[in-house]
Design a protein around this ligand. Sequence first.
Ligand code: Q9C
Ligand code: ZN
Length: 685
Amino acid sequence: MNSSPEDRRSAHVGLAYDERMCLHATPDGESHPENPERIRAIWRKLEAEGIPDRCILLKIKEAEDAIIASVHTRNHIKLIRNISSKKFDSRRLMIASKLNSIYFNEGSSKAAYLAAGTVIEATENVANGNLDSAIAVVRPPGHHAEANEAMGFCLFNNVAIAASYLLNERAELSMRRILIVDWDVHHGNGTQNMFYSDPRVLYFSVHRFDFGSFYPAGSDGSHCMIGEDQGVGYNINVPWEHGQCGDADYLAVWDHILIPVAEAYNPDIILISAGFDAAMGDPLGGCCVTPYGYSVMLKRLMKFADGKIVLALEGGYNLNSLANSVFACAKTLLEGSPIVGNFEGRPFESTWRVINEVRNELKTYWPVFSIDLPEEILISNVERYPIQAGINSSSDSDVEKDLEPSNAINFSSNNDVGDLILPLSKLNVDDGDSGELSHLRSQQNQPGTSEAYENSKEVTTETCNDLFHWRSSLSKIDVWYGSYGSNMWKPRFLCYIEGGKVEGMTKPCRGAMDKTPPKDIIWKSVPHRLFFARSYSNTWGHGGVAFLNPQSNINDKSYMCIYRITLEQFNDLLIQENATTEQFESPLVDSRDIEFLVKSSFMSVESIKGGWYSNILYLGEQDGIPILTMTCSLSDVEKFKSGELPVCAPPKAYENTLLKGLLEGTELSSEEAIGYLKDAVARNL
Ligand code: Q9C
Ligand code: ZN
């Protein structure tokens, strides 16, 4: 451990691993992504590559309570210390069930103390110069653990404990500025909170945020969280808007955020909360960073702090990606250069948006952010977007179902054929025909329907035209469809037009027959109450679904995204929203109905009376074109008020979809949008 820098060929890299950290496992042998095989797989890979022989193996020891206590409460320490003891045998399950994403067994205490102790040991030896750098292959992970709460598979916050140890117990090592780089795909809420007002620790995290819907969810991971008091400016969050981010996205963030800040901050040591769940193939992260990407990210940090870097394992749940990524990092530390590789592709369009938002938010604290980014990277001619819609099958789309007995139409007994817009038994599409019906054909070619397609070659095209004669006339009339629920988010709305599904939805939509996207999109507010009711939907799971009180009130205000579509498309929307698979020989709403609506402001659609959205509202006009929306009947409102029908908060995925829409479309800040939805949930009808 004490050779001088001059006489070495490769760097002195500490490596820590101990099989006893495998003692923490699910109590009943149930499978779990955060399992002992993770660190075993890493160790096997490192051994197979001869890495341990090239490193200095570190002593593994349990952390002392006094040190842990600098970031955790006495109560939390007591809980983790005692949780594995005999007298907690009967209570472990209960306690774990009250926590968020946590399990305990008789080995949890030992593993938690060893993980924290090992990161302290690695950090101390890098700080005092015994080592150039180190890798701590530890579990359970730490960055979600709060001062007084275990969560997100984390018991003690290993990295935070080590940082606090340097600052408070080892002042003589002069580690006055600590940079924590958290590249785990999740936001390290625990670490952020522990140093939120402390300028001695610069916490930087790049993570999936998905507008607040990705674990640990909420606003902690937002780029607006920049620290407070003395620590303002020393907390930097880079929140991805979606999955699929890869090397190009991460390296763009390194180039335009992390590296410039590291230059300005001039850290004395860097601790990496090194989760590898942003790696390609990870089952939780949905991103695609390669081992080469991690290796370059690490190498770029090695020019700071005299190369003093400690990597502490956090997440990472694909054993192969995990092992290969850790191996790439070990090699990089040992050899001082990235592994061989390259990456293709360019950052997402959203990545530039996020980078700009972060720089903008922090420019008063980091003057280097005031320099504009070169224009050519902002206006790219070929922009990259994440893949969103994927049609898995043509099964029933947005069928919302209550678990409670309800008056909804029961179309649940779908067979393979029944959910196509046109009953296939009445259709004849031969391969030679083209034009008008080609959209139908493409629908039938979806996986799972080919058999039905084969069985459908009997009926003439005339039958089709008969059945659809109303479509061509309504395709010439435009209306504004007013959306106030998940459809405010355009990609979700497009599922009703183009078919398919987006993140958060469990079932794909059929789409409209005319798949032309809306001609225009405008935001408006209306004097109606937004509320959430019903208790279960197939698309979003348990929880409420958005409704607008059909009765207006000048004291109410709801945001609405209005899409200019054809009256034909509006009819297809109505069919899908009301979960019906029936074919209608006449339209549900035609131009005469609109005349009626303009006078009477709402109209109940007889043939879908049992559906949840059978009530059409006329909300005025825009550019001489009527604005229509659909909601529940007045009598349902009475039932929601009386408790005869359930009123309940929306499920997270659904709420987040609304949030995405509001943030993309209106001038609302994320706080305002969150507040708006919270308010709609909280107020009684
Ligand atoms: N619906 C780390 O990577 N997911 N923790 C829970 C609940 C928890 C990840 C999903 C993910 C925790 C260290
Ligand atoms: Zn993670």
